[in-house]
Write a protein that binds this ligand. Structure first.
Ligand code: FES
Length: 323
């Protein structure tokens, strides 16, 4: 069985409104001890009032030790996480969080970095902009949002040393200022690494265009923060075999594989429960997963040697798991 991930106790030192429907939380250690260091692109899992756990990217500079800053959009389609942050968390709230994890790191030794953010997807890219500025590496950041009043961090960016590298694009603005994804990707210097974070449609548009233009997967870096809708109406049952014990667990049609594993007493780390954070990644020794996540690359999916049990299922009657 997997050991329960350790948590850190933090206090909300400051909650502030960043833009319409967006608030940020500044988290400091509850007992004054040092917080673990993090790198740009990292996130923490936040255990929220009401029992939900949700991943949020750290958006302060990694050199800014002593605090973690996250920013959260109140999502009309929220399954409860963003509403809990907006309504149940206040200045002084005590929370448990995971140590930082980074599934979205900056590439080393890239000649140029192109950062494309959709909406609240700006958060990990802000930490990247800070780090690239510190490293002295060339980059440009484009932030696409619905409207100026819904755009977080405009003041922070305007005051930053990298302000001239950032372009804002508003959906309700003049046509000429909107991001031309194809032209921007086409104009990127040879060897540029692309980093994308935002809602599904934005991610699909950027990554689809990049792949059409022949960008190699090794230069595409992305992090989804919500899952694409999936039709679950024809889901059937399948079996999971635990390689270390031989235990066989049936996943019922209305269950996720993760729920079935947990019901059988296996403690699998999890956070987003929708296939975007990678926390529940589990090795597959045999059988064929039906991948429904937004986390693995096309090559990783094709290898079929790992899957995300919070959302993915099986094409074969049984998966043997490396547990
Ligand atoms: S818990 Fe986030 S990918 Fe499974």
């Amino acid at each position: 069985m997997t050991a329960q991930a350790p948590t850190l106790a933090v206090r909300v030192a400051r909650k502030r409104v960043e833009a319409r429907d967006i608030c940020s939380l500044e988290l400091v250690s509850a007992d004054g001890s040092a917080l673990p260091a993090f790198s740009a692109g990292a996130h923490i899992d936040v255990h929220l009032p009401g029992g939900l756990t949700r991943p949020y990217s750290l958006c302060n500079a990694p050199t800014d030790t002593g605090r973690y800053v996250i920013s959260v959009l109140r999502d009309a389609n929220s399954r409860g996480g963003s509403v809990a942050v907006h309504e149940a968390v206040t200045d002084g709230s005590l929370l448990q969080i995971s140590p930082p994890k980074n599934h979205f790191p900056l590439a080393d030794q890239a000649p140029h970095h192109l950062l494309l953010a959709g909406g609240i997807g700006i958060t990990p890219l802000l930490a990247m902009a800070e780090t690239l500025t510190t490293r002295g590496e060339p980059f440009e950041l484009h932030h696409c949002t619905r409207a100026r009043e819904r755009t977080a961090f405009m003041e922070r960016i305007a005051a930053a040393p990298y302000a001239a590298r950032v372009s804002h694009h508003f959906d309700d603005g003049a046509p000429g200022q909107q991001l031309d994804i194809a032209a921007t990707l086409q104009a990127a210097a040879p060897g540029t690494h692309l980093y994308v974070c935002g809602p599904q449609g934005f991610m699909d548009a950027v990554l689809g265009t990049a792949r059409q233009q022949g960008w190699p997967e090794a230069r595409l870096h992305f992090e989804f923060f919500s899952a694409a809708p999936v039709d679950t109406s024809s889901d059937g049952s399948f079996e999971l075999e635990i390689a270390s014990s031989g235990q066989v667990i049936t996943v019922k049609p209305e269950q996720t594989a993760l729920q079935a594993l947990q019901a059988a007493g296996l403690d699998i780390p999890m956070s987003c429960e929708q296939g975007v954070c990678g926390t529940c990644l589990t090795g597959v020794k045999s059988g064929t997963p039906e991948h429904r996540d937004q986390y693995l690359t096309p090559e990783e999916r094709a290898a079929n040697d790992q899957f995300l049990p919070c959302c993915s299922r099986a094409k074969s009657p049984r998966l043997v798991l490396d547990l």
